[in-house]
Write a protein that binds this ligand. Structure first.
Ligand code: B12
Ligand code: SF4
Length: 493
């Protein structure tokens, strides 16, 4: 079978936004290839260029009609279209509509987090032939096998699928997840233009000149933070590749593409301490040419001095601590995450001593956030030896406890919120308050975020005066390259 898997473009305020290979379709591609199929992967973001669409916003990558044309050119027997983020629905929807018109007889199977969370809605609005819910490798491969045997696919016994029957959605929720991740082949990066990603990858918590390749060594997380939606795709149980498997994958990546950095994109890479230690020891033995970091955040309570030492020796350049809040009541009772200020300070001090750069994530505006809790978070960030900070305003993604709470309490009107999220035309959406609680008004939250970032930068510049110089140089470079971008665009026109 010839199968083409694709991801739609997205909107961004930053035309220099780093791009990295989409691991979801790359992993599906690898499983389908090892089942003997001929697979093409098309990531609209890397295939196109940033195109201004007004209000300082850029479409990153091919327009939906161009993406559909590329899919068509690959002469597929079937198409798999991913919607890896709710905020990409807009272009996913457009691409699917065009594919339907151009290729009415070719099945279009969809998957990714958004269709997984809202299968009924997607079936009714987009009419894909099938949605594969959650972790897709096993079910998709099985479905393709059945499809090869005849056009009326028997769906009985398939886990995690949804389709339209007699005008109504039929949804079989996923009940099982791949237990032995080592049985999966590593993501088929060879089907993507990796060199181009390498040229556009640096900058997200790394130096803009570093080339980065993402790797995921485990799936899901034993935690249950109220704003987190990873369990709906990857299931309730944390599963991991063995250290040996990961080292093999890393060796191949190192030999083939020589990246400067590996980005471990796990939800909870450090959950099994022994596995993490073995992975670090293996990386030390292999003397890889790259360093590594954890842009997706690590859980502070998983870390201790001995492990951090191994991490540093094995090439850890920086860690992003997912601290979330400096208020322990909010952290434990509202977010539902373990952690304490004492532990965070301990870990930060060890990182400072070892020379591991530290960034931190905070989320503000959770239900129960007050002036006092916000001040605690700001104070914590100001007084930790951090190099960078990400402050996010709480976003109630569908499928999360936070979402249910917001709808249940009337803080969010479900229908208008979904439309806003799916419209995707407002790329600033996730930086604005989406719901208001009794304890903190919306405008105060917005001002609170600005104050948080400002006070942090002041503390950073006090501690590291050279950082101010570096930031000024970077701003000048960005300005220069946007001018150049404008010139080259005019030349191209
Ligand atoms: C890496 C990552 C990123 C990278 C993505 C790089 C890339 N090129 O894809 C970057 C840094 C860019 C990123 C950004 C954001 N991210 Co992010 N990210 C992740 C992370 C940590 C891992 C994703 C991943 O690679 N998974 C590994 C693969 C194997 O899994 P997968 O992609 O889910 O694919 C599987 C299934 O979904 C399914 N599948 C997927 N596609 C298809 C297609 C078909 C046809 C089929 C059958 C199946 C299928 O099968 C795959 C294999 O099992 C996830 C957390 C998570 N665990 O999912 C968050 C996550 C996806 N991100 C999230 C968010 C919120 C964001 C941001 C909006 C954050 C922000 N505030 O800016 C942005 C938006 C990005 C954009 N501009 O569109 C949320 C999404 C919630 C939602 N409902 O949309 C997640 C779930 C984390 C969370 N907070 O809960 N992210
Ligand atoms: S620790 Fe991270 S991955 Fe785990 S539930 Fe919380 S936010 Fe999700």
């Amino acid at each position: 079978m010839r199968i083409t898997l694709a991801t739609p473009p997205f909107l961004s305020q930053n035309p220099h936004e780093p791009l990295s290979p989409p691991l979801g379709i790359a992993s599906l591609g690898a499983s389908l290839e090892s089942a003997g199929h001929e697979v093409s992967l098309i990531d609209a973001a890397i295939e196109g260029h940033p195109v201004p669409v007004g209000n300082g916003i850029f479409r990153m990558g091919l327009a939906p009609n161009e993406l559909a044309r590329r899919i068509l050119q690959s002469l597929p027997d079937l198409v798999g279209l991913s919607c890896p983020f709710s905020t990409r629905y807009h272009f996913f929807h457009e691409t699917l509509g065009i594919l339907r018109d151009l290729l009415p007889e070719i099945p279009v199977i969809v998957g990714g987090i958004h269709p997984t969370l809202l299968p009924g809605r997607i079936l009714e609005r987009d009419q894909p032939d099938l949605i594969i819910l959650g972790e897709g490798e096993a079910t998709f491969t099985e479905w393709v096998e059945r499809f090869e045997q005849g056009s009326a696919v028997d769906l009985s016994g398939l886990d995690g699928v949804a389709w339209m029957q007699d005008g109504k959605p039929v949804i079989y929720p996923r009940t099982s997840w791949i237990a032995e991740l080592d049985h999966l082949p590593p993501p088929a990066l060879h089907l993507l233009p990796v060199e181009r990603y390498l040229a556009r990858s640096g900058g997200r918590w790394a130096s803009r000149f570093q080339s980065v390749i993402p790797v995921q060594t485990s799936r899901s997380c034993p935690g249950r933070c109220s704003f987190c939606s990873v369990h709906s795709v990857m299931g309730p149980i944390w599963r991991a590749h063995s250290a040996e498997y990961v080292l093999d994958e890393l060796a191949k990546i190192d030999d083939t593409w020589h990246p400067d950095l590996i980005a471990f994109e796990d939800d909870r890479i450090t959950w099994d301490r022994d596995r993490m230690a073995a992975l670090c020891e293996g990386m030390i033995d292999h003397r890889f040419g790259f360093r590594w970091y954890t842009p997706n955040g690590v859980h502070v309570t998983d870390l201790d001095e001995e492990l951090l030492r191994l991490m540093k020796q094995s090439g850890c350049q920086s860690l992003n601590l997912a601290i979330e809040s400096g208020d322990e009541h909010l952290l434990h009772s509202i977010i539902g995450k373990k952690g304490s200020e004492r532990k965070t300070r301990e870990v930060a001090q060890v990182c400072l001593d070892l020379g591991i750069r530290l960034n931190a994530y905070f989320v503000i505006g959770m239900p129960g956030e007050t002036e006092v809790s916000l001040e605690k978070s700001i104070r914590l960030a100001e007084t930790l030896p951090l190099d960078g900070l990400g402050v996010f305003i709480a976003t109630p993604f569908p499928g999360t406890r936070l979402f249910r709470e917001c709808v249940g309490n009337g803080w969010l009107d479900e229908e208008s919120y979904m439309s806003l999220l799916e419209d995707g035309s407002d790329s600033t959406l996730l930086n604005t308050p989406l719901f208001e609680t009794d304890t903190m008004p919306e405008d105060r939250l917005l001002a609170g975020k600005q104050e948080f970032e400002k006070r942090f930068m002041r503390s950073l510049y006090r501690r590291r005066p050279m950082t101010r110089v570096k930031h000024a140089v970077r701003a000048t470079l960005d300005f220069g390259s946007s001018l150049l971008g404008g010139v080259s665009k005019r030349v191209a026109e």
